[in-house]
Design a protein around this ligand. Structure first.
Ligand code: SF4
Length: 580
């Protein structure tokens, strides 16, 4: 990974590609690379859909190697949803393949004439950019089929659906999985709208003829990656819980804890949640059968395999196993307890190219506004269909919960910096509330997953209903996450590395053996801090102040049943998160 591909989509005479050495960005990967480039090269006050924004796509530091779990991809830009810096993280095959082709980053710059649409082919021979008018307003599934027909089935594809072409702020970028299905999304923050503004419909990656990246010290790397896999396999969450039930195992856990946001954050428990729990979902998938139904990895080299495949009642493939956050957003948040409807909504989101969290939360807000009744799955499907069709209502919904709340006069809109909260109520899980409020990303559970110590008893224990200890917990997790997101590792490794020092050491040893470095745990912490510092500086220049590091006020006023708690962490404490 020694080169950066820059494509000026607005160049006179058509898009122009330039390959440059990685230069000042050497050694960076994933989020450190995307946030490094965006913070340095994108004017903080630019319009997110304008020519000065850049879409940066970066494999992680260990992507393209034999290290397990290393295939996550970072996509960064100025976000049209939040107005701040964005890193959206996705699984699927593109990261490994880009890394093997030697790309440390792909940077889409400039802006073509309105209405132009292109596809980009990357292979061992270089870059080819061609018009893609025949793909206009196609869903991601049809787009991938066309790419397969043209380039064969050994490729990976990153694409946008109609939502990205319409430049809607909830638009995602789809990444294909091992079966070449567009099921893994860089979902958050409207990165798909930025790709749409660059006039890029699809990036096709073909790594035929490219070699696996080779480590500086092969023996030490082999030894470290072996210990790494052993550590992941022996931890109960990464070795047993996630493979057996997927992330949706959390539904019952969060519901029991009273932190499961129900019907637009009105209650902390959903009375029929057992109908959509991970246990029920796994039983249904096992009963229906089919390849990869029970357990499945989103990319080659994943040993946790938290995912699965969802087949409909007639045994036809419908979508990947909807994740916990998706099941919650389209399920409990909207009062819907039917897994088939939720899976259909997941399929539609993936096809139209919208973030399942943003879309589900938006539908819940629309339900509060009276556009549909809580629990009405058919109405939810109709509303999401409006987005795919691009009707005026659909464009409002596809712009996310904050816009929808404003348009329909809803006060209770669960967003921070314009981005929807995921599946943990900040009153029932106060540590995640600190993360939602303060992360550079807008409300984002993955930015500092305090559910670990608040609810799961991983990496210590902090009472989820009290403010004490939450700031320190969120701070440490935000720093660690920024570093993990730079390695290309799936965030679920956090369970094992937080609990098992030898597994953390194995990860560190893998990086050191690969790059010939001598990094210590302190260096990892410093990397995380430096990423956060750059991101915060960008956001400050974009106009964000401490006043934006707050939850909507109703979380401080409305007690959440069943524990009847409000969010108790003070503003002063929130302002101390980044004092390290
Ligand atoms: S654990 Fe799940 S999300 Fe992570 S890489 Fe594997 S399948 Fe993808």
């Amino acid at each position: 990974m020694d080169k950066i591909l820059r494509i000026n989509m607005g160049a006179a005479g058509g898009p122009k590609a330039t390959v440059t050495p990685v230069g000042a960005y050497a050694g960076l990967g994933g989020r450190a690379m995307t946030s490094g480039i965006v913070s340095k090269e994108v004017p903080a006050l630019c319009h997110p859909l304008g020519e000065d924004n850049k879409l940066v796509i970066a494999p992680g530091m260990l992507s393209g190697t034999t290290a397990a779990m290393s295939g996550r991809l970072s996509v960064g830009c100025k976000s049209p949803l939040t107005g701040g810096i964005k890193e959206a993280n996705a699984g699927g095959q593109p990261s490994q393949m880009l890394a093997r082709l030697g790309y440390a980053a792909i940077v889409l710059e400039g802006k073509p004439k309105e209405g132009s649409l292109y596809k980009i082919l990357l292979n061992k021979d270089g870059v080819k950019i061609t018009p893609a008018d025949n793909l206009k307003m196609l869903g991601n599934y049809d787009t991938v089929e066309k790419m397969k027909a043209e380039f064969g089935d050994k490729i990976a594809v990153m694409s946008i659906g109609p939502a990205g072409e319409m430049k809607l702020a909830a638009a995602s970028i789809a990444c294909t999985d091992m079966e070449l299905r567009p099921t893994r999304h860089a979902g958050r923050g409207g990165v798909g709208a930025v790709m749409g503004s660059k006039g890029v419909k699809a990036i096709v990656i073909d790594d035929a003829g490219a070699k696996m990246r080779s480590p500086k010290d092969p023996e030490a790397f082999k030894d470290a990656t072996k210990r790494w896999v052993e550590g992941l396999r022996k931890h109960p969450v990464t070795g047993q819980g996630l493979p057996a039930y997927g992330t949706n195992v959390l539904t019952n856990v969060l519901n029991e804890a009273g932190g499961y946001p129900t019907k637009n954050f009105m209650w902390g428990r959903f009375e029929t949640c057992s109908k959509i729990s991970g246990e029920t979902q796994a039983a249904l998938e096992n009963e229906r059968g089919g390849a990869g139904s029970a357990t499945h990895g989103c990319h080659r080299g994943c040993v946790i395999r938290c995912s699965g495949t969802f087949y409909d009642k007639d045994g036809h493939y419908l979508t990947k196993q909807p994740e916990y956050e998706t099941v919650w957003a389209h399920g409990g948040h909207c009062g819907i307890d039917d897994l088939d409807s939720i899976a259909m909504l997941d399929r539609m989101d993936d096809d139209f190219g919208v973030d399942t969290i943003e879309m589900g939360v938006t539908i819940g807000v629309a339900m509060e506004a009276g556009l549909a009744k809580f629990g009405d799955a058919k109405a939810a499907i109709n509303l999401v269909n409006e987005v795919g069709k691009g009707t005026p209502l659909g464009r409002i919904l596809g712009s996310g919960a904050a816009v929808t709340g404003k348009v329909f006069g809803v006060e209770r809109v669960p967003v921070v910096k314009g981005q929807s909260m995921p599946a943990y109520d900040p009153r029932g899980v106060q540590g995640i509330g600190v993360t939602y409020a303060t992360t550079t990303m807008g409300a984002d559970h993955t930015a500092g997953y305090a559910v670990t110590a608040n609810i799961l008893g991983v990496g210590g224990k902090v009472d989820p209903l009290k403010p004490e200890g939450q700031v320190e917990l969120s701070r440490n997790l935000q720093i660690a996450t920024a570093a993990v997101d730079s390695t290309g590792m799936c965030l679920f490794i956090a369970f094992a590395i937080l609990d098992q020092p030898d597994t953390f050491q194995a990860l560190l040893d893998s990086i050191n053996a690969f790059y010939g470095l001598k990094l210590t745990a302190n260096d990892v912490t410093d990397l995380g801090k430096s990423v956060l510092k750059k991101e915060r500086e960008f956001n400050a220049a974009a106009g964000f102040t401490s006043k934006h590091d707050r939850l909507p006020e109703y979380f401080k006023k409305e007690p959440l049943p069943p524990h009847n708690v409000t969010f108790k962490v003070t503003d002063k404490d929130l302002d101390s998160v980044f004092n390290w």
